[in-house]
Structure formats: C-alpha cells, structure tokens
Design a protein around this ligand. Sequence first.
Ligand SMILES: [Zn+2]
Length: 154
Amino acid sequence: MRYLVRSVPQEVADEVRRTRRAPDYGHPAHLELASGTGPCRCCLRPFAPGREQRLLFTFRPRADDGSLMAPGPVFIHADHCDAYAGEGFPDALRDLPLAFEARSSGSRVTALLAGAGVPAETQMSTLFASDQVRWLHLRHAEAGCFIARIERAA
Ligand SMILES: [Zn+2]
C-alpha cells in the first residue's frame, strides 16, 4: 500500500510567515528559537534546537465531511521552507515518538497506535486494514500535537 503524508499546506504556512497571525483565529503567532526538534509541520523536518527560529500558531486540520476538527498548536520554520510533498513516509520523522490515530466517518477516532520501534509502514498498514478507516492523524506521542494527515495513495 502507498501513502500520502501531508501537513500544514504551503499557502497556510506562507500566510502565517507573512501576517504573523494564526489563520482563522487571528491571534499573534509566537516567534522563538527552537528549543526542541518539533518537527516543522510544513517541511516535516526536525528543527535544529538553539539554531533555527520557529513560529507557533493554532492550526485546525481539515475534515472531509464538514465535521468539527479540534484545533491545536503547531510549529513551523520561521523562514521559508517547502511543504512536504514527497512520496511515502518522511524519513525525517522516523526517529521521533509518533502516534497514529485512525479516523473514520464523522472524524471519529477508532484506533490509536504508538508502537515505539515499530516501523511507520507497519502501523499505517495495520490501521488501514480496516475499511472503516478513512485517514490517519499522525501525532507527536509525547506532546500530542498534530503532525500530519495520512491517506491511502490512489
Ligand atoms: Zn520547515
């Protein structure tokens, strides 16, 4: 099975960098020197702590069916970076603690896997084995924050 991993869209990241405000909410984005590895929710690469600037803002992932998705805090590089558009699971995320959350219709959470040391592909194929599962949310297993949305590639 092939997967599509997508996080904060390029246009949203660019808007936050330009306006320094959270889209849809309007409160100021917070600029800081990275104190942790993140990752950046635009390019999906870890931050270099103590060296790279990052912006913190509130982001609400989209839902397929108009259901109400919970907003949450995300970090992106303060300087331009390219939104991850690669094939498959980003290698840059493999060393981070990850949780895979299965979503079915109505955005209901139907399963959660956070197997440390278990390959991402194994966790994704386990969850996608259910026909009920429409997409996955990838979260940081310690901070809980949204990292990316994962879909079955056509
Ligand atoms: Zn980035």
